[in-house]
Design a protein around this ligand. Structure first.
Ligand code: DX5
Ligand code: ZN
Length: 223
């Protein structure tokens, strides 16, 4: 297992406070900004697009973790100018040529990640383990913030970590996305998760964001 990393979900941020929020993330050395791109087709919602990505990139050097919830992602990768240090995740459910899309992400200089919905079995991505640096396990059905954890995904994370390790892919990171509360994060970490998408359940919940982040880092170190 790799080290614990936090990836704030930027679609949950208050757009009127975006600048100061990102400066806080820089101060606290947050490793990734999680960017949810939704097309209203693969998922029933429309979220962050190319202009948001371009402006955030100009504003901050924090690497991006671009989560593409869009049909035919292979044709649209360049729209987001992925580069060194960025993760780009594509859903196994959105393309018939997953390996090709992952290889293209690598050729653009970014780190490829394969994503799976709660109902998608792990064999859908096992053949592309050599092509990824990470696997994104959706812990809710993608589309909206504020949903409840699909409980059987905890066992799925455990099985994925075990399969990766058995097959020589110990370096492949597991990211979890959806209803990452402090309580769920502990269970997800014990199951083998490394990167935690932090939305309304964690750092964008009411209260002080800096304290939420520091509290997360502190509590996760105890595990
Ligand atoms: C789900 C989104 C998540 C979500 C996480 O499609 O990718 O980023 O916003 O936030 P909460 O904690 O509200 O589930
Ligand atoms: Zn996401």
């Amino acid at each position: 297992m790799g080290k614990v990393q936090l990836a704030p979900s930027m679609m949950c941020a208050d757009i009127f406070k975006l600048g100061e929020t990102i400066r806080l993330f820089e101060k606290l050395a947050v490793p990734y900004l999680h960017i949810d791109v939704m097309d209203g087709s693969f998922v029933p919602n429309i979220m962050l697009g190319t202009e948001a990505v371009r402006q955030i990139r100009q504003f901050s050097v924090i690497p991006m973790d671009i989560h593409l919830m869009i049909e035919e992602p292979g044709e649209k990768l360049e729209w987001f100018s992925p580069g060194k240090g960025d993760y780009v995740s594509v859903h196994a459910e959105t393309t018939r040529h997953l390996q090709r899309v992952l290889a293209k992400i690598r050729s653009l200089g970014a780190r490829p990640m394969a994503a799976v919905n709660p109902a998608t079995p792990l064999p859908a991505i096992e053949e592309v383990f050599p092509d990824v640096d990470g696997v994104l396990v959706m812990t809710v059905n993608p589309g909206y913030a504020g949903q409840r954890l699909v409980p059987q995904v905890l066992e799925k994370i455990r099985r994925l970590r075990q399969t990766l390790d058995e097959r020589g892919f110990e370096h492949v990171e597991i990211e979890v996305d959806g209803n990452v509360t402090m309580e769920n994060a502990v269970k997800m970490r014990k199951a083998g998760a490394d990167i935690f998408v932090a939305g309304t359940s964690l750092i964008f919940r009411p209260g002080n964001m800096e304290e939420h982040i520091l509290g997360f880092n502190r509590d996760m170190q105890k595990i």
